[in-house]
Design a protein around this ligand. Structure first.
Ligand code: DAK
Length: 262
């Protein structure tokens, strides 16, 4: 399927495949209209089923990852309209539901829903011009796609309250210092750095990477002892895979492992 609001490119080598999804509505700073979110969910669904893809990069332009939900679509919204057709909740959550590793490469604005979608990814690599914010309060609403929850878990109560209540933007350095992003790089190195990380991930065993992601995400949903129990069970289960045998044999034989996703 050809997309109107996304550019999808695949980079597949024998070591694993990476797909880059570029949000592409430059005239609206990649505002997340219904068409874009529907297309994004469709693309992710196809990538989930694509055995050649081991990692996905979600990115935007140099000026904007995404400036939030499309305000022109929201302004005449009603409660029942949003409740009956939960397009935003349904399709945006496709990013959070995606089971393979997904990295957000953020340059420029990541505001409102844009910040929320970046936070649904497994980690964020930011360009030095990135600006994060939950400015919904300036529009008379509040974050509606996880911002009050994911931002709080990422940066703590005080800064999340500051961001959500003042609606101010946070620059890349501040986002790095408070743990919202994993790395900050110069803008012209953003895609190269992210691709390097994505290729490293795509070269690992796919099922092991997915289980690792599941274990980390479980830490947000459960108590410490339940999370550790879950981690231990997954760790033990990994010993039923061929990739565990291959990974450890390769280490002993001082060679590179060749994972088969089995
Ligand atoms: N929606 C629609 N158009 C947008 C937009 C947006 N969010 N952001 C920017 N644009 C458009 C501008 O209208 C402008 O279009 P033209 O006038 O050229 O036609 C074009 O993009 C360029 O923007 P600016 O001229 O404003 O560019 P500047 O560099 O001067 O300013 C800016 C950049 C990012 C500071 C500014 O554009 C801005 O403040 N944008 C709005 C940011 C914002 O408030 N974002 C939060 C949106 S609310 C839900 C769950 C979640 C949500 C909704 C529902 N449910 C579960 C139902 C999420 C809500 C949000 O994200």
């Amino acid at each position: 399927m050809a997309y109107n609001t996304l550019e999808v490119t695949k980079d597949i080598t024998k070591d694993g495949g990476v797909c880059t999804i570029k949000l592409n509505r430059p005239n609206a700073l990649n505002a997340l209209c219904a068409e874009l979110t529907t297309e994004l969910a469709d693309a992710l669904g196809k990538l989930e089923a694509d055995d050649k893809i081991g990692c996905v990069i979600l990115t935007g332009s140099d000026k904007a990852f995404a400036a939030g939900a499309d305000i022109t679509e929201l302004k005449d919204g009603t409660f029942l309209g949003m409740y009956d057709h939960d397009v935003f909740g349904l399709y945006w959550e496709a990013v959070a539901r995606f089971r393979k590793p997904i990295i957000a490469a953020v340059a420029g604005y990541a505001l409102g829903g844009g910040c929320e979608i970046a936070m649904m990814c497994d980690f964020i690599i930011a360009a030095d011009n990135a600006k994060f914010g939950q400015p919904e309060i300036n529009l008379g609403v509040m974050p509606g796609a996880g911002g009050t929850q994911r931002l709080t878990k990422a940066v703590g109560k005080s800064k999340a309250m500051d961001m959500c209540l003042t609606g101010r933007m946070m620059k890349a350095d501040e986002a790095h210092a408070c743990g919202l992003v994993s790395r900050v790089v110069p803008l012209d190195e953003l895609m190269e750095t992210t691709m390097e990380a994505a290729k490293k991930i795509a070269g690992q065993s796919g099922p092991i990477a997915m289980m690792t992601k599941e274990a980390v995400n479980t830490s947000f949903e459960t108590t410490l002892s339940q999370g550790i129990h879950f981690e231990r069970r997954l760790f033990q289960a990994m010993f039923s895979t061929e990739d565990q045998k291959e990974g450890m044999a390769a280490f002993a034989e001082k060679r590179k492992p060749h994972f088969k996703n089995k």
